[in-house]
Design a protein around this ligand. Structure first.
Ligand SMILES: Nc1ncnc2c1ncn2[C@@H]1O[C@H](COP(=O)(O)OP(=O)(O)OP(=O)(O)O)[C@@H](O)[C@H]1O
Ligand SMILES: [Mg+2]
Length: 456
């Protein structure tokens, strides 16, 4: 392993003899380690409370004239309870192998006998750091895997004039580190835009961690975002990495940001401003480097005005704001979006459907789409499931038809009209087939046959 790979690794060394510390410092510094020293167990614990280290090297005896090693063994246990992954190597006097064995039994990763051989000491320390890095990486990956969505880059369909400014903005700020706030009605594609921004950013090889502030109970919010240490509260049985830490070096997607409780907004502001935070129950400051993409369908200016959202936090989040227009203001995108969803769902449900018939497309173009792109997606999914034919028909889409509540008859086939009337009659008589049949002038069995034919 080349020495350079350990440069910057933080090492804490403890011994009550200053000349020992000095000798170790002289040995380790040229290897690129950042070395910190302590002369007592208390000094070690203080240092661990303030900073993170990659490895610790401790002597077992601190008070002059003691050789039992008890102080060192106690210290070892304390370190383990603070951070069970931090590798601790103990130094023992020559000839006290029993003590070394006891230390190993208590969780020391290795031991070094004094006087030490430089080569062996260096190699032990490096190995321990490599191991603990690997363990921490593994833990992080595992946590990330649980959080990350499996699907990759989304397709962002946007050909309409109303979407051009959005596309331009995405291509301009995507590759930067700027925080971006995405606004727009529900279902307009805010998450798709967030994923696209991430996918074209230099951080795309690092994780994008998502937090949905709307889906978190107030009580767990802080610990979800910032993590906690064991014992911070009753249920905190073990240390937990928060999402800000998980996203370190990468991107954090804060969805439904307006729901972040007021009492956490200050803590969030601090991470965004100076990149510092503490886990719940810990006073140890951690540094995180996170690009934040946030989204909301609320009007944050109003939230600020009414005192529910901090203005200074809004300023941090909306360095760049991307507003997504509602689908009704970009109807030109409907055919492409519809075709895209049709392909996706037809594949998923293994149905052979080539497209929409003329009147089906017309009804898609006319629909108000209060639920925006998401509603369009759902309508087409349903259509694909209902379709009996190689083309989707208005009856398959079952749109709660146009603005006045009735489809345009001139755009409908006879069958569509028939199915439409049957549905209306059934709705009027709350699904009672006999009543609906007599209202339509059909026998019950004739109505049943038609229900089957139209898949109603
Ligand atoms: N431009 C687009 N191109 C392709 N698919 C889109 C587009 N916009 C939205 N979608 C799809 O529409 C659905 C809703 O999009 P998304 O979840 O991004 O909306 P949102 O704005 O985050 O909604 P909400 O405010 O409810 O969270 C998703 O299935 C998404 O894949
Ligand atoms: Mg969303």
């Amino acid at each position: 392993m080349p020495a350079a790979s350990h440069s910057g690794s933080r090492l804490l060394i403890a011994d009550d003899q200053r000349d020992v510390l000095e000798a170790l410092r002289l040995l380790l510094k040229p290897e690129g380690f950042a070395v910190e020293t302590a002369t007592s167990p208390a000094g070690v614990l203080d240092a661990l409370g303030l900073r993170e280290f990659d490895a610790v090297l401790i002597d077992l005896n601190y008070t002059r004239d003691t050789t039992s090693g008890q102080e060192g063994l106690d210290l070892l246990s304390r370190i383990q309870s603070i951070d069970s992954i931090l590798p601790v190597t103990v130094m023992t006097a020559w000839g006290t192998v029993k003590l070394a064995v006891e230390a190993m039994r208590r969780g020391a990763r290795d031991f070094i006998q004094k006087p030490w051989e430089n080569e062996r000491l260096l190699s032990v320390v490096k190995t321990q750091i490599d191991l603990s890095n690997a363990i921490r990486r593994g833990m992080r990956l595992e946590a990330e895997n649980r959080l990350l969505r499996a699907d990759g880059v989304p397709s962002l369909i946007a050909e309409s004039p109303a979407m051009q400014p959005v596309l331009q903005m995405i291509s301009r700020v995507g590759p930067s580190d700027a925080n971006v706030l995405i606004t727009g009605e529900p279902g307009t594609g805010k998450e798709v835009v967030a994923k696209t921004l991430f996918a074209i950013s230099p951080r795309s090889t690092k994780p994008m961690v998502t937090v949905n502030a709307g889906g978190l109970a107030e009580g767990v919010f802080e610990s979800e975002l910032f993590g906690h240490v064991k014992g911070a509260f009753t249920d905190a049985k073990a240390d937990r990495v928060g999402r800000f830490e998980l996203a370190d070096g990468g991107t954090l997607f804060l969805d439904e940001i307006a729901n972040v409780p007021m009492n956490l907004q200050a803590k969030m502001l601090r991470v965004l401003e100076v990149g510092e935070m503490e886990r719940v129950g810990s006073s140890k400051t951690k540094r995180v480097d996170v690009r934040v993409i946030s989204a909301t369908n609320a009007n944050l200016d109003e939230e600020v005005h009414s005192g529910r959202f901090r203005q200074d936090l809004l300023f941090r989040l909306n360095t760049i704001e991307i507003h997504l227009p509602p689908l009704r203001e970009r109807r030109e995108d409907i055919p492409l979006l519809a075709a895209h969803f049709l392909t996706t769902h037809a594949q998923r449900y293994r149905k052979r459907i080539a497209g929409f018939d003329h009147s089906a497309m017309q009804s898609l173009l006319d629909n108000p789409w209060q639920g925006n792109v998401r509603e369009l997606n759902h309508v087409i999914e349903r259509g694909v499931l209902m379709a009996q034919d190689s083309q989707l028909k208005p009856v398959d889409l079952a749109l709660r038809s146009t603005r006045e509540g009735s489809p345009r008859l001139e755009d409908m086939s006879i069958e569509d009209v028939e199915a439409f009337l049957i549905k209306k009659a059934l709705a009027r008589y709350s699904g009672n087939v006999s009543h609906a049949a007599s209202a339509l002038g059909l026998s019950r069995s004739a109505l049943y046959r038609r229900l089957q034919r139209y898949g109603l």
